[in-house]
Design a protein around this ligand. Structure first.
Ligand SMILES: [Zn+2]
Length: 316
């Protein structure tokens, strides 16, 4: 699982840095997989091998969430060097240019402000954001607060107010970072590329009423299919952790007809995963740990086995 792939930036305050890796790091990862004889396959092929219980060779599937333009500009050229396929999960509002990437809006607000005021838990709170360390602390606090708010509209109301006060335009962020439909069309035509769905608004599905959660899955799929004129059969749950995707969402994704759906729960794929095709775990390539010494830990399954207490399946 990756998000952004782009050259390293030198700003000191980069609170979303875990979501980006440098192209060289992706290249080293692919070389590591190849050197170990681990095949790099499409999501369709992952599905086929699981359904057919074909585990004769180890495999990996490279997935990128959100539909960032840097996936086209930096990830795809590296994937081409290895003739390796990639799957990009697109939130349809992001491709539309109307999406709200609130975690990046928050970063931009804090980057330019020397202090921030917010009503946290009903208490007017002033946070110092005058130094890189203070900015990071403020980001962590506000990020946790926002993710804990009851509804998606609460996050967008609070971020909208912060953006208005500090002169940040949320729509600009979306258009600057995400591929538009016009860009996605030729991108999706590349034989190495599979486009999957990532909901309409990039909401926390588990916090939505069931009808809305279903709508987010089905309509994002329909919009991508109609814009790109190709079937969309794979889904990634936004945020994808236990707070954002649980048993109800796994059933809804199955009912919506997705062949697979991926979470952000850490884990490897095992033969038993065939019974949980809409609960597939992933291994994150975290931008904060761009050290090739981590590759054997990741590909051996050691890292995620520890995390999961040596259970192979975590689908509850
Ligand atoms: Zn996402």
């Amino acid at each position: 699982m990756l998000h952004h792939v782009r050259p390293r930036r030198d700003a000191e305050f980069q609170p979303n840095h875990h979501l980006e890796v440098a192209p060289e790091f992706l290249r080293e990862m692919l070389a590591h997989l190849r050197a170990r004889g681990i095949e790099i396959i499409t999501m369709d092929e992952v599905h086929r091998r699981l359904v057919e219980r074909n585990f004769s060779r180890r495999f990996a599937c490279i997935t990128l969430d959100d539909g960032y333009r840097d996936n086209r500009d930096f990830a795809l050229p590296v994937m081409r060097e290895f003739e390796a396929p990639l799957t990009v999960y697109v939130a349809s509002d992001f491709a539309q240019g109307t999406g709200k990437l609130w975690w990046i809006a928050l970063e931009m607000v804090i980057a330019r402000a020397s202090s921030i005021e917010a009503m946290i838990g009903g208490v007017a709170t002033r946070l110092d954001t005058s130094t890189p360390a203070a900015k990071q602390a403020a980001f962590d606090r506000l990020h946790d607060w926002l993710r804990g708010l009851p509804g998606e509209h609460d996050i967008h109301r609070e971020i909208g107010a912060l953006c208005a006060r500090h002169g940040v335009d949320e729509t600009d962020i979306c258009r600057e970072l995400c591929m538009s439909w016009d860009e996605l069309k030729p991108f999706a035509d590349d034989p190495l590329v599979t486009v999957g769905a990532h909901t309409i608004t990039h909401c926390n599905l588990a916090r939505q009423a069931e009808a809305i959660a279903s709508h987010e899955m089905a309509i994002s799929r329909a919009r991508i299919e109609s814009a790109l004129q190709r079937p969309v059969v794979h889904l990634a749950y936004p945020y994808g952790d236990k707070v954002a995707a649980g048993v109800r969402e796994f059933a809804l994704a199955h009912a919506a007809g997705f062949k697979t759906a991926v979470t952000t729960r850490p884990g490897m794929i095992f033969p038993e995963s065939a019974d949980h095709l809409t609960t597939l775990p992933r291994v994150s390539l975290n931008g904060n740990y761009q050290d090739t010494r981590i590759f054997p830990v990741l590909t051996s399954g050691a890292a995620t086995a520890m995390w999961n207490g040596f259970r192979r399946i975590d689908a509850a």
